[in-house]
Ligand binder design. Structure first.
Ligand SMILES: Nc1ncnc2c1ncn2[C@@H]1O[C@H](COP(=O)(O)OP(=O)(O)OP(=O)(O)O)[C@@H](O)[C@H]1O
Ligand SMILES: [Mg+2]
Length: 380
């Protein structure tokens, strides 16, 4: 049992003493087809024991299908799925030791909260005396202990989603699959639920989590690693920070954090780290994280906050353009610039005298803050 080393804490909540019993989830070359149409294509991905991996990607890219394959609701046409060292590909869903919160969550409307949370335990023929302790324990972990007797219709959306999570963890699964668990909630509640999920994972460090979301900020906040899906394929995978800073292709740069991408030419490596490129008649220097070879054309990826207004004299990485729009958003000023026909977005701390639309503005960037990204090819 994944949480055999669980002991009650002073708060009455179970805590775990180590993540030693955590199990990995591994997709080994997994494909899934519906009516002969491949919607998940040769997926290779590992969620390390006790980690949270977020799968993000546009609608229809195969995220839910990947989760359903782990849960056992859909059978791969190819490949296998491992949980720990166990090949679960041919096991029934209830033999897989998995907790799942499905997209468009549905609590059973005719059951009280406590009955909903007990559901998975009853299905597994858990003895009643165990159910009597597990249900309040799971509800306490999501801050819903006081709501055990209510019906779902008597709860807010966020509260219902907490109950759905309690229902998933009540069986003490080895792995937890979450499919857009917060998508039905408004932005503010979503943020506080993200904090709660982070806390829950600290309390259950042996729980291995695969988290599907549209929301990149959820992914960046919660996940150790992020996978980006498109058209049934994994297009990028990496730890959250390096994927954000050094996206391996145009699609992941645009999808995760809406990067500015300048089309630049003629890579000339300068040293292990940096390379020179040309943009129009200008020379720019950037990090060559993906070791692009000399002569190639590529994209220069810069985040809105990578641009600075206080360009030092003689600094080479300067870009001048026409201000298109200026937007004040409380703690930032967002400026859109047209540079030789390409639009870039920059954001800065609030300015006392912001530029006006139509004015010329020069921005600069640090070579090591921005990276070169291959347009396509080997990084896909
Ligand atoms: N039961 C099914 N029968 C046939 N096609 C399906 C079935 N379920 C999903 N699909 C198709 O498989 C593809 C992947 O769907 P999936 O639900 O995995 O996408 P998703 O990435 O989760 O999208 P979303 O972000 O909208 O939830 C889609 O093109 C979808 O139409
Ligand atoms: Mg989905």
């Amino acid at each position: 049992m994944a949480m055999a080393n669980t002991k009650p804490s002073e708060s009455g909540r179970p805590t775990e003493t180590s993540a030693a019993s955590a199990k990995r989830i591994a997709f080994e070359n997994v494909s899934v087809a519906y009516n002969g149409l491949t919607v998940l294509d040769s997926l290779n991905l590992t969620v390390n024991p006790g980690e949270i991996v977020a799968l993000i990607g546009p609608s229809g890219s195969g995220k839910t299908t990947a989760l359903r394959a782990v849960a056992g609701f859909v059978r791969p046409s190819k490949g296998r799925i491992m949980i720990g060292d166990r090949d679960v590909t041919n096991l029934a869903p209830y033999d897989r030791d998995i907790g799942m919160v499905v997209q468009n969550y549905a609590l059973f409307p005719h059951m009280r909260v406590e009955e909903n949370v007990a559901f998975g335990l009853r299905a597994r023929h858990t003895p009643e005396e165990v159910i009597r302790t597990r249900v309040p324990e799971a509800l306490a972990m999501v801050g819903m202990a006081a709501y055990a007797k209510r019906y779902p219709r008597e709860l807010s959306g966020g509260q219902q989603q907490r109950v759905a999570i309690a229902r998933a963890i009540a069986i003490r699964p080895q792995v937890l699959l979450l499919d857009e668990p917060l998508s039905a909630l408004d932005a503010q509640i979503r943020r506080s639920m993200v904090d709660e999920l982070a806390r829950l994972h600290r309390e259950l460090p042996s729980l291995t989590v695969l988290y599907v979301t549209h929301d990149q900020s959820e992914a960046l906040t919660l996940a150790n690693h992020i996978g980006i899906m498109r058209d049934g394929k994994l297009r990028a995978f990496g730890d959250a920070q390096s994927l954000f800073r050094y996206p391996p292709n145009r699609f992941s740069a645009e999808f995760l954090g809406r990067a500015n991408l300048l089309e630049v030419k003629g890579v000339q490596p300068l040293d292990d780290q940096r390379a020179q490129v040309t943009f129009g008649d200008q020379v720019l220097i950037a990090r060559n994280h993906h070791q692009l070879t000399a002569g190639s054309d590529c994209l220069l990826c810069a985040r809105p906050h990578d641009f600075r207004l206080d360009a030092p004299q003689g600094d080479s990485n300067r870009l001048t353009g026409v201000v298109r729009s200026v937007q004040w958003q409380g703690d930032t000023h967002n400026v859109t610039l047209d540079i030789a026909g390409q639009e870039i977005r920059m954001s800065s701390a609030p300015m006392s005298t912001p530029p006006v639309p139509g004015a010329m503005l020069t921005v600069h960037f640090n070579p090591t803050d921005v990276t070169l990204v291959p347009e396509d090819g080997r990084h896909g």
